[in-house]
Unconditional design. Structure first.
Length: 298
């Protein structure tokens, strides 16, 4: 771990996301790594306690909650798990697939997933999401209100995707309200250490390694890991699986989680991203650790 941190801390490729104005202020030098085993042992290096907004990594955990509530057959029917092969915010992917969202890790599928969280009102759905993700982390999570306000003021594209989903009958919820709940979930503050705990929970069939709480059942976890394997790194998902050999999920604030089933979770945090929106140092460090630890499941 310390070796991976030292080796890739000197890489200066990639650019910090700026399409959400508040993210443009992130310090590109931040770099943290955290590993948490299913038995709760942890090892952190660098900026593993620096808080940042979870962004797209939230998609994995909200999908877990919805997979738990709806069951395997229903989530496959209503959301899907196939890769789009297109960028995470693609409108074209939705059009090409007849208005069905395809998978829960791209924005269309994530908006559909969030709209399926049980609750009579957006506030009830939100309460369920924040409680559920906090159970994954083993501590109460809070929203970064600046990031939320910044994205809420600039997320017309996500509103358009949600409206397109509604026009195809793929969501029942109000598109602006669904987008707002989704934007709040993306603004939840986590650290790399929190993300490693959350990833380790997925690695252990839904049991949080710190609290020992069964957050979701093992079937829901399996659905999440399958969706991550097909589309966790967007259009780079096949390449990721071929080099790292484990399901993972990235976010535009610079986090990446990787799940070693039955063993534990790895989380990396480094804001500069490649062209697909994946952390450059995070990918390098994960590849290095997966090889060094012999974690490739293939
Ligand atoms: O919806 C968005 O654009 C952001 N809230 C999250 C996107 C994201 O993290 C994509 N990840 N690489």
């Amino acid at each position: 771990m310390a070796d991976a941190h030292a080796r890739f801390g000197v890489v200066h490729d990639g650019t910090v996301a700026d399409y959400i104005p508040a993210l443009a202020d992130a310090d590109p030098a931040l770099f943290g790594l955290s590993v948490v085993s299913v038995t709760g042992d942890s090892h952190d290096v660098g900026d593993a306690d620096h808080p940042f907004s979870i962004q797209s990594i939230s998609k994995a955990f909200v999908f877990a909650l919805v997979a738990q509530d709806l069951g395997h057959d229903e989530v496959l029917r209503r959301i899907g798990v196939d890769s789009t092969g297109l960028p995470f915010d693609s409108v074209m992917a939705l059009e090409l697939n007849g208005g069905a969202p395809m998978n829960p890790m791209v924005n269309a599928g994530a908006l559909a997933t969030t709209s399926l969280v049980p609750g009579a009102t957006p506030a009830e759905k939100w309460d369920r999401i924040v409680a559920g993700l906090s159970r994954f982390a083993g501590r109460p999570l809070e929203v970064d209100e600046d990031v939320y306000a910044s994205e809420a003021a600039t997320n017309q594209r996500n509103q358009a995707i949600a409206t397109l989903l509604q026009s195809y009958g793929s969501i029942d919820a109000d598109p602006v309200e669904a987008t707002d709940v989704y934007t709040r979930q993306c603004s939840l503050l986590v650290t790399a250490h929190d993300l490693a705990v959350m990833a380790a929970t997925l690695a252990d069939g839904g049991v949080n390694p710190l609290t020992r709480e069964q957050v979701v059942d093992a079937v829901a976890c399996r659905d999440v890991l399958a969706a991550l394997a097909t589309s966790g790194l967007y259009e780079q998902s096949g390449r990721w699986l071929a080099t790292i050999g484990l399901p993972g999920k990235s976010g535009v604030s610079g986090g990446i989680i990787t799940i070693a089933p039955g063993k534990g979770g790895l989380a990396t945090f480094s804001p500069p991203l490649d062209g697909a929106g994946n952390s450059v140092r995070g990918k390098l460090a994960t590849q290095h650790l997966s090889r060094a630890l012999g974690m490739n499941i293939f």
